[in-house]
Write a protein that binds this ligand. Structure first.
Ligand code: ATP
Ligand code: MG
Length: 244
């Protein structure tokens, strides 16, 4: 197995003039290609910060991050955003869809930003929406969709670039249990079919139970790192078609 994410002595602190908040205190971490990793831990322990540093959304105070042997530290802002656009799909708690755009336009956006022509991007977006069971909602705006549907649009937007790595920050946090299960199953399917890697921050033990590995953060440090025996977790249920 080869490693897709490598993190060495990663630290992040905020503040100056004596008030210094150590949010991450020297994290070492290796994530293998194809793994589903859940990151858990109390509020304020640094989970989102870690995710943002791994995903190149923020810069560390110290230490290094590699994605597939590319050192994020060595990239300028342009290089970093290009790597994000091409390799990493993000899914957030509150979906982060653009309200004035249709589902299809939202999903096409990362492709358009990466230079794909609009017509081709919209066509690929349609395929991605189909894959998450939302073909019949492609012209709806986010406000016209349920929370679970909005999150599926966000997943389609993350997958449309065919990322090597998918990162979720509480992707089920705003959803009810059943809808949350559907979303986790969808994410799991998307990685097992394409040998992608999935890193999900979650408070929800039900979500973590689907993972191959659970990392616990506390006060900016990894205090536990457990690989789950695949026999212990239930197999992903097939995602049902769009219930309309
Ligand atoms: N821009 C910032 N400036 C100062 N402090 C920050 C900043 N961003 C985060 N922090 C602090 O860093 C710590 C870790 O924040 P982080 O968002 O990573 O926690 P978390 O584990 O994701 O928590 P939650 O489960 O509540 O989402 C918190 O104490 C937070 O207040
Ligand atoms: Mg957080």
């Amino acid at each position: 197995m080869s490693s897709i994410v490598r993190v060495e002595a990663l630290s992040k602190h905020y503040g100056s003039n004596g008030v210094r908040l150590e949010v991450l205190k020297g994290i070492d971490l290796n994530i293998e290609e194809g793994e589903f990793v859940a990151v858990m831990g109390p509020s304020g322990s640094g989970k989102s910060t870690l995710l943002h540093l791994i995903g190149g959304l923020d810069r560390p105070s110290g230490g290094r991050v590699w994605i597939k042997d590319r050192a994020l530290n060595d990239l300028d802002d342009k290089g970093l955003s290009q790597l994000r656009r091409q390799q990493i799909g993000f899914v957030f708690q509150f979906f982060n869809l653009l309200a004035v755009l249709s589902a299809r336009e939202n999903v096409a956006m990362p492709l358009i930003l990466d230079g794909v022509k609009r017509a081709a991007a919209l066509q690929r977006a349609e395929g991605a929406l189909e894959a998450v069971g939302l073909a019949d909602r492609k012209d709806h705006r986010p406000a016209e969709l349920s929370g679970g549907q909005q999150q599926r649009v966000a997943i389609a937007r993350a997958l449309v670039i065919k990322p090597a790595l998918i990162m979720g920050d509480e992707p089920t946090g705003a959803l009810d249990t059943r809808t949350g299960d559907e979303v986790v199953n969808l994410l799991r399917q998307s990685i097992s079919q394409e040998r992608r890697t999935l890193v999900v921050v979650t408070h929800d033990a039900r979500v973590a139970a689907h993972a191959d590995r659970i990392i616990y953060l506390k006060d900016g440090e990894i205090v536990d790192d457990n690989r789950l025996n695949s026999g212990e977790r239930p197999l992903a249920a097939p995602v049902s078609g769009e219930a309309s």
